[in-house]
Design a protein. Sequence first.
Length: 141
Amino acid sequence: MATERTLSIIKPDAVAKNAIGEIIARFEKAGLKVVAAKMLHLSEEKAGGFYAEHKERPFFKDLVGFMTSGPVVVQVLQGEDAIAKNRELMGATNPKEAAPGTIRADFAETIDANAVHGSDSPASAEREVAYFFGADEIHSR
Ligand code: RTP
Ligand code: MG
């Protein structure tokens, strides 16, 4: 296993629920380190560009509407096998199918408002980290 970096987003529903701290605590307890973080209110352009791979999907407009509905917290998580580890902690995209004890099972109710995002591959992690953070904003420790 290699040390990896992955992009995590705490989505507007989880920020509105005051769950930022509880979610970040799960990452830290699992051995992932927060090496960059900021709170942002995404524009339509920034959210649409982030989810460009879903541009043709029927849920794209709702997804962008949701992601711009309130502030988010974006972070870079670093650790052994960080990409897969984060996806495991998050649980399935649809919270109704997410395993008990996962972030989506505990903090999300619907597939549209599902609490967190995590990069799904090394290639997307590299793109997504660079989409939000400059090299000088990432603090390897
Ligand atoms: P994410 O990108 O947000 O981490 O979620 P994911 O990999 O688990 O799921 P993905 O397939 O990349 O979808 C991105 C987001 O679009 C919304 N979605 N809605 N209504 C639907 O069928 C549907 N499918 C996906 C979800 O909010 C998902 O997180
Ligand atoms: Mg995805």
